[in-house]
Write a new protein. Sequence first.
Length: 320
Amino acid sequence: MMDTALKQDSLNTTDILELESLTIDGLNFIFPKSSHDVVVKNLRQRAECNQWSCISCTYQFHKNISCTSEHISRIVHPHDGFIVDVGCYIGTVALPLAKMGFSVLAIDGSQGNIECLERAVIKNDLYSIQAIETVVSNSEYMCDFSSDTNPYNSIQVGSMVQTTTLDKVLENIQYKSVNDNTQNVPCSFIKIDVEGYEKEVLEGSIEMLTTYHPSICLEINTHLLHKRDMKPRDIFSYLDNLSYELYLVNIVNPTMPYLQRFEPTNQFPFSVENVLALHKDYKKSNSLHIPIGDDWTHEDSDNLLNTTLTHIPVSYTHLT
């Protein structure tokens, strides 16, 4: 657990927006009533459905929200160490993990996101979460970063906020084991969702990656990477050089997910997809509770691309 606990009087909220609170599966999530992003829409849909055990709502909620925390809990155990959630938003990953017994360092550059999460920590009595408002990258430099409560915030050109690295953040934070209060337990897992700046976060975590070999979950957004003249392969090759193996989590059947390994050179045929990276020293036989299926192949990529293209509507314009 964290060596410092969040207290009720530690909040210094400047957000004047009216907040909304939803309870889903025993967890309370807090966000501005004015929010209409895809995460909040999924939370509202799940909370407002009046059909008992609605398969459609449950599946969509799992696919878009809860699968990440579930998959992390199948890969590491609370006793393995603490989890770092970079780009935590309002805590849709951090809060479920804390409820499962994990210690979580939740990081976001948005003041609004962190304040909503801190309120939820108190509301849920989950003080194994430590929330930090900071922008992490591969070095220290000035940038702009929105303070709005939003899952799409990212680094922008400017001079209002100074970035830092994850390695520097961890220099000033200590953790205790959940079972014997041992100091300085390792980081066992990093989840990164930073709208196209995943490689920079990894570069700023090099000391932790090479020392502890934590497992990693990254959201890869091909469109945002292309806007920065980058490709998913840039991230995959960086991890491959650090002896990480890459996997996709197949959740066609949510109750029976399985992993498919793919090579950094494989074509990445997804617009947005979570990618799991496991270090070669990771003991799959002892810790992994997701089966490993067949490797992802170039043929799989081609088939998926062809399927996607056949579902794109085509309109014809009569030229005169």
